[in-house]
Ligand binder design. Structure first.
Ligand code: NAP
Length: 349
């Protein structure tokens, strides 16, 4: 008889990414949420209660744990108690607090996944399903790359696999803040990232080192999505046309291609309205959106635009990364299909 293992998943940091990863994990039949952490009994605890996720305190101090009870929430203990009952922890804490959390995961002896706000140098491994699922099979820990790196990989990796080499320049037009974030900007300016090249393009090389890529970035006053303006140089004899590039992307998971002039979806506002129309939770769009009429291959140069829903493209990647680390699904396409089928069914409830 085949034993079906249910992977016990802890979420450390129940914010924008953490609450989405929790629901995506909860929708799968091979994993379950054993607890989520909050730093204090505030915004977010009611959501966890409604979803039936046990709440733990981010810290182990008795006073902080007791504060939850005083505010009317059942707190099942501190982070150490949560790590004891989990097989793997998905760290969704704010970027750059990872190093101290990693020590806690290592002493608890469980597997760990960080997010794109942490550096590859801290985790030693990075993950995105389309690029390097196999390299992450069975490893102790990894980092699901950022929303931008995930988006770039979705369209560039298949191109690289066809061409055997690829050189890319891209400009990242970045949202200023997430919709639920009241503390960031700019609200009336365009802010160039004065570190050149920006980290976004080179970060692709943490999951696909063979792709030569550089990027520049600007932050603009919008909260909805990022847009990438991409110019890729293909090698001589690539044998592709604009149409065959589109067919290649169409055959890959988590890429949506639509014609702007035909559909009227010409800006990120309409892309997000489309996402809300299809009934995804939080109005999420896990797929990368490519405008068909914005793609053009001229000789060896491919030009295209793509839009990234920053809060959600990495969510299914975390589910696939759990399967890679737990070594329960060696085939990335099989994992992606399983993840997406489960998320779609809950999306349409
Ligand atoms: N938002 C995006 O668009 C996006 C996209 C891709 C990747 N990421 C990456 O995902 C990670 C999480 O980002 P986010 O946008 O979800 O941040 P967020 O909305 O600020 O949520 C972070 C959560 O972590 C909790 N927290 C604070 N300190 C912690 C600690 N020391 N240990 C554990 N949890 C702690 C916070 O707790 P309380 O609420 O309980 O106080 C908060 O709920 C970052 O690495 C970020 O770069 C973000």
């Amino acid at each position: 008889m085949v034993r079906i293992m249910t992977i016990k998943v802890a979420i450390n940091g129940y914010g924008t990414i953490g609450k989405r990863v929790a629901d995506a994990v909860d929708a799968q039949d091979d994993m379950e949420i054993v607890g989520v952490t909050k730093t204090r009994p505030a915004f977010g605890c009611d959501l966890a209660v409604r979803k039936g996720y046990p709440i733990f305190c981010t810290y182990d101090d008795a006073d902080r744990i007791a504060a939850f009870g005083a505010a009317g929430y059942t707190c099942h203990g501190g982070l150490s108690d949560l790590l004891e009952i989990a097989d793997i922890v998905v760290d969704c804490s704010p970027g750059k607090v990872g190093a101290s959390n990693k020590e806690k995961y290592e002493s608890a002896g469980i597997k760990w996944i960080f997010q794109g706000g942490e550096k590859h140098a801290m985790t030693g491994n990075s993950y995105t399903s389309s690029a390097n699922h196999t390299e992450n099979l069975g490893v102790e820990g990894t980092r699901v790359v950022s929303c931008n790196t995930t988006g770039l990989s979705r369209t560039l990796v298949p191109l690289y696999e066809h061409c055997g080499s690829l050189s890319v320049e891209c400009t990242m037009i970045r949202r200023a803040a997430d919709p639920g974030d009241s503390s960031k900007g700019p609200i009336n300016a365009i802010k160039p990232v004065l570190k050149v090249p920006s980290h976004h393009g080179p970060d692709v090389m943490t999951v696909k080192p063979e792709i030569q890529i550089n990027s520049m970035a600007v932050a603009v006053p919008t909260t909805l999505m990022h847009v990438h303006v991409i110019v890729a140089t293909l090698p001589e004899g690539h044998g592709l046309t604009t149409e065959s590039v589109l067919s290649m992307w169409n055959a890959r998971p988590r890429i949506v291609i639509m014609n702007g002039s035909e559909t009227g979806i010409t800006t990120t506002a309409e892309v997000m309205e489309f996402a809300r129309d299809i009934g995804r939770k939080w109005g999420d769009l896990h797929e990368i959106f490519v405008w068909e009429d914005g793609v053009k291959l001229e000789g060896n140069t491919l030009y295209y635009f793509q839009a990234i829903h920053q809060e959600s493209d990495v969510i299914p990647e975390n589910v696939d990364a759990i399967r890679a680390l737990m070594n329960t699904e060696p085939d990335w396409m099989a994992s992606v299909a399983k993840t997406d089928a489960a998320i779609s069914s809950y999306n349409h409830l």
